[in-house]
Design a protein around this ligand. Structure first.
Ligand SMILES: NC(=O)c1ccc[n+]([C@@H]2O[C@H](COP(=O)([O-])OP(=O)(O)OC[C@H]3O[C@@H](n4cnc5c(N)ncnc54)[C@H](O)[C@@H]3O)[C@@H](O)[C@H]2O)c1
Ligand SMILES: CC(C)[C@H](C(=O)O)[C@@H](O)C(=O)O
Ligand SMILES: [Mg+2]
Length: 359
């Protein structure tokens, strides 16, 4: 059956990595003897430049009608002085909200070939395998009021949740933990924030339905430390929107580079949104230096969670594993003086391998 995939390249290296991911998706479609519909939509700074809006209504329509959405990254210095609601990032938050993808899954795994790419000690990072479930459509990012007050002399952002919003993401995390090693870590700031105290209550309520899952609560400041001191002990981490944003970039250090971190954002119904965890990397944009593997691994998650093609997901993951094990390195993964390949080169290697595996 034909699939409809919306492609939102966005800005900076988002455009470079999605261009390669489109080639990869075509390889998978052809291996199934099909032609899938891949339609591009505008988002972020490039959408603002073209239409005055970082999330044109047409993009929302395109995404809602798709089986899955692949997003590159948005943002860049060119748009940093725009008012909040016109910024590229507002487009990203808008599409997450429009698709109601409240559970953002960010798997953190180390690769045997990349242990030396992490600044952390080998024995600490070897065999790390956990997943951060970040609440994505509530919390500090979306709460109202959010405004400058008294002529800019005061300012407010609001951390707002309903129990239902907490419960649904916590359930996703418990289900995952149940299917994995049965350990859930809930991260909050319950010693200070009322919202965190309610978060903890909801976790305890839901825990009653999952007797096989061991629950641990960590305060976010301590969690930031534990993630790099005992990363192997984590299985599933569930947390508020902004805590999850910060902790996932920190966890990227364990894997060697943020250029290796994929994500899947899922709701109760409708298309999933798949995006690398990294941003538009203005410092390297336009030079062919971006690592496309986080986006390729996001395509694998798309195959598994939205397109029901688990064998294609496996093939992509094995191909990525293969290039890493063969010592192929993009610049972010290379040690000082080590040779590295460009975006299109590593992409071609993975695409060829996926074709062979599925062919
Ligand atoms: N999902 C998204 O669209 C997203 C995520 C994070 C940041 N941003 C935006 O991106 C812009 C830049 O943000 P930032 O610099 O804080 O974070 P960033 O993730 O863009 O870059 C951080 C560092 O990691 C490197 N890096 C990131 N991805 C890489 C890749 N695939 N290959 C090689 N190196 C990579 C960059 O070169 C940079 O040194 C900002 O406008 C920010 O708002 C967007
Ligand atoms: C660009 C920004 C709005 C975004 C976020 O904070 O969610 C990014 O940092 C991410 O991790 O996806
Ligand atoms: Mg982030």
């Amino acid at each position: 059956m034909t699939k409809k995939i919306a492609i939102l390249p966005g800005d900076g290296i988002g455009r470079e990595v999605t261009a390669e991911a489109v080639k990869l998706i075509h390889v998978v479609a052809e291996a199934h003897g099909e032609r899938w519909s891949l339609e591009e939509g505008l988002i972020g700074g490039s959408a603002y430049d073209a239409t005055g809006n970082p999330l044109p209504e047409e993009t929302v329509r395109l995404c809602r009608a798709a089986d899955a959405v692949l997003l590159g990254a948005v943002g860049g210095p060119k748009w940093d002085q725009l008012p909040g609601d016109r910024r590229p990032e507002a487009g990203l938050l808008g599409i997450r909200k429009a698709l109601e993808v409240f559970a953002n899954l960010r798997p953190i795994q180390t690769w045997p070939g990349l242990l030396a790419a992490s600044p952390l000690k080998r024995e600490l990072v070897e065999g790390v395998d956990f997943i951060i479930v970040r609440e994505l459509t509530g919390g500090l990012y979306f709460g109202e009021p959010k405004a400058r007050l008294n002529g800019g002399e005061a300012v407010v952002d609001t951390l707002h949740y309903t129990r239902d919003e907490i419960r649904r993401v916590v359930r996703v995390a418990f289900d995952l933990a149940k299917s994995r090693r049965g350990r859930l870590t809930s991260v909050d700031k319950a010693n200070v924030l009322e919202s965190s105290r309610v978060w903890r209550e909801v976790v305890e309520e839901v825990a009653a339905d999952y007797p096989g899952v061991t629950v641990e609560h960590l305060l976010v400041d301590n969690a930031a430390m534990q993630i790099v001191t005992r990363p192997k002990t984590f299985d599933v981490i569930v947390t508020e929107n902004m805590f999850g944003d910060i902790l996932s970039d920190e966890a990227a250090v364990i894997t060697g580079s943020i250029g290796m971190l994929p994500s899947a954002s899922l709701g109760e119904k409708g298309p999933g949104l798949y995006e690398p965890v990294h941003g538009s990397a203005p410092d390297i944009a336009g030079q062919g230096l971006a690592n496309p593997l986080a986006t390729f691994l996001s395509v694998a998650l798309m195959m598994r969670h939205s397109l029901q093609l688990p064998h294609a997901a496996d093939a992509i993951e094995q191909a990525v594993y293969g290039v890493i094990e063969r010592g192929v390195r993009t610049r972010d993964l290379a040690r000082a003086g080590e040779a590295f390949v460009k975006t299109a080169e590593v992409s071609a290697m993975v695409c060829e391998d996926v074709q062979r595996r599925l062919g």
